[in-house]
Design a protein around this ligand. Structure first.
Ligand code: ZN
Length: 203
């Protein structure tokens, strides 16, 4: 069955795997392109991806590849849609490979994936002379509740996450979170664990 376009008020049938008509899909994609172009102006290394848990993914990108910024551009519960947009972005910016700025390598395992929402994101490191972009969310700790939530509003205002931890701190936080999320762990009466020390700057 062909559904109507997901944009409220649009009665045109949706096309392909995403839930939008051709016109609205193009409009959304143009918006992603503008976000990416903004990022390319300040970034040295760029990676497109999709994830259920952007904060965790940010720390992974930071630990694995020194990319300490992550811009969430879009949320969707339609996985083929997220994949389609991601692949379209990768192919749109492949031509930029002469600058060695766009890369897409396999990420290490992030443990169990859960949740029905996918965020489409761009992960990046700043050029050495770029000013730190203002605002954004400083990710210091991973928590399933205390995090940005999937925002189904279309189009979605982009959300910038960044990581000011050291690589070692980020690695410990990923390990701590993975261990805490392991359902096989004993639930009660376990010995108190060494906590990761967190610098708490008042801001
Ligand atoms: Zn439409």
């Amino acid at each position: 069955m062909v559904e109507d376009c997901a944009i409220p008020g649009c009665k045109t049938p949706s096309e392909d795997t995403h839930g939008f008509c051709t016109e609205h899909a193009d409009e959304m994609f143009d918006q992603f392109l503008r976000h990416v172009e903004d990022v390319l102006g300040i970034a040295s290394k760029v990676y497109f991806g999709r994830t259920h848990f952007p904060e965790q993914r940010l720390l992974q990108h930071f630990v694995d590849a020194q990319r300490d910024h992550l811009l969430v551009m879009h949320w969707t519960a339609n996985w083929p849609e997220a994949k389609e947009f991601e692949e379209a972005l990768i192919s749109a910016f492949k031509e930029q490979s002469q600058y060695k700025r766009v890369e897409n390598e396999a990420l290490g395992s992030e443990g169990t994936y859960s949740g029905s929402w996918n965020a489409l994101y761009i992960s990046f490191a700043l050029k050495y002379d770029s000013p730190w972009p203002p605002g954004g969310i400083d990710v210091k700790r991973l928590h399933r509740r205390n995090r940005i939530w999937p925002n189904p509003v279309i189009p979605n205002a982009p959300v910038l996450l960044w990581c000011g931890l050291t690589k070692e701190e980020a690695k410990s936080e990923l390990d701590r979170f993975k261990e805490a999320a392991d359902p096989a762990r004993p639930r009660m009466g376990r010995a108190p664990k060494q906590r990761v020390r967190k610098a708490r700057s008042s801001s």
